[in-house]
Design a protein around this ligand. Structure first.
Ligand SMILES: Cc1ncc(COP(=O)(O)O)c(C=O)c1O
Length: 393
């Protein structure tokens, strides 16, 4: 199991511990803004989920307001919406991008007060169509997975009324936690600034523990420890901790160590995206998976290829492929596979998003991150093609 290839890249080196601790124990002069190319100065926040709560509050929606969100989404988003005192109204997705459908949004628009446009996997929502569909209602742009993606030459994050990013480990900057908020509207910006400034700042001991835990989690999610123990530990965690206990939302300011590491990592973002796009291109050219959808880029789009999802024709086919790859030491993920149960049990989902339900049953993510070697990428593609022949024979 030493050679099990993790599906995500949780990067936090020994040098990051040093960097994190130096900042955590140093003077508390907080950097005011976090600059993202093509976006501008963003307000640093503890996490994407905290950013979403602040965004909803800054919009000053009526109590119990309805927010349209794609059913196929990270469940912590549903939790954050509830915590902000709003209700989730589920919208279906586009099968070719796994992002919120402008058509379904238009059909359900009358009961909505705002919309959350999630750029899933680094793919892009059709922002002009969404803007048309909501007819002036605010759009929160969720760029947790789409840092560096572009639509018609414009950076993801530059379309919404408010935008947020996430730097959580496993995502592009993989800083531990951390996120950033952006708005072009000066009033909204000052409300966001006030909301974030009112949150408590983490203390030095808390910061140091966070740095140590981030390092520990990251080595457990990386080769070789992932295959030896990490994979099993995550499996046990997911089995034993219930939905309510998973993904806690802690309202505080950003860890200064996360912010420092995110700022450093932003400098190499273009390089990392370039490599991940090369890996994705290789998969798109080489994989021969019949009718499976490989999330091709549409004209005018530039995906950051944060994740490489494949939507299989059936859940049996997806699960057989995951098992086939696992036996060949390649880990995969089935994103949001329980989302229908979670949304039904806790957030009032009533079954009107058939495409998203299918995506939850049939999507498999394969490793594609920049640290993989050319031979890894070739082996993954070869195993997928061989697996496909075996599963479909
Ligand atoms: C699409 C999406 N939105 C929001 C979040 C929340 O971000 P964070 O984990 O930084 O709170 C995540 C990740 O967990 C996500 O994948």
């Amino acid at each position: 199991m030493l050679s099990l290839l993790p599906v995500e890249c949780w990067e936090y080196k020994f040098s990051d511990i040093f960097r994190g601790l130096t900042v955590a124990l140093g003077p508390k002069n907080r950097k005011k803004l976090f600059d993202i190319d093509g976006i501008g100065g963003c307000i640093p926040v503890r996490s994407g989920r905290v950013a979403l709560i602040a965004a909803i509050k800054a919009l000053e929606l009526p109590p119990g307001a309805c927010i349209g969100i794609p059913l196929y989404c990270c469940p912590v988003v549903f939790k954050a919406i509830t915590m902000a005192g709003c209700k989730a109204r589920f919208i279906d997705i586009e099968p070719t991008t796994c992002c919120i459908s402008a058509g379904d949004l238009f059909a359900k628009r009358s009961r909505l007060d705002a919309v959350l446009a999630v750029h899933m996997f680094g793919n892009l929502c059709d922002m002009p169509k969404l803007q048309e569909a909501v007819q002036g209602k605010p759009i929160i742009e969720d760029c947790a997975q789409s840092l560096g993606s572009r639509l018609n030459g414009r950076m993801a994050g530059s379309f919404g009324t408010i935008t947020f990013f996430s730097f959580r480990s496993g995502k592009y900057l993989s800083a531990g936690e951390g996120g950033a908020l952006f708005s072009n509207n000066a009033d909204i910006c000052s409300r966001l600034n006030r909301l974030i400034a009112a949150m408590p700042a983490p203390g030095r001991v808390d910061e140091c523990v966070h740095v140590a835990m981030t390092y520990l989690r990251s080595i457990l999610r990386s080769k070789p420890l992932y295959g030896v123990a990490g994979h099993l530990l995550w499996h046990i965690y997911n089995r034993t901790v219930d939905d309510a206990g998973k993904s806690p939302i802690i309202l505080s300011q950003i860890y200064r160590s996360d912010l420092a590491i995110a700022v450093d990592r932003l400098l190499r973002l273009d390089y990392v995206i370039k490599i991940q796009r090369e890996h994705a291109d290789f998969y798109s050219r080489t994989l021969k998976l019949g009718p499976s959808i490989l999330c091709a880029e549409k004209p005018g789009t530039f995906y950051n290829r944060y994740l490489y999802p494949i939507v299989f024709p059936s859940s049996e086919c997806r699960d057989s492929m995951a098992n086939y790859l696992r036996k060949r030491q390649i880990d995969t993920a089935k994103p949001y596979k329980d989302i229908v149960d979670v949304a039904t049990a806790h957030y009032g989902y009533t079954g009107d998003c058939p495409i998203a339900e299918q995506a939850a049953k049939r999507t498999l993510v394969i490793p594609g991150y920049y640290r993989l070697k050319e031979r890894d990428i070739q082996r993954i593609a070869q195993c997928l093609n061989e697996g496909w022949s075996e599963i479909t024979k």
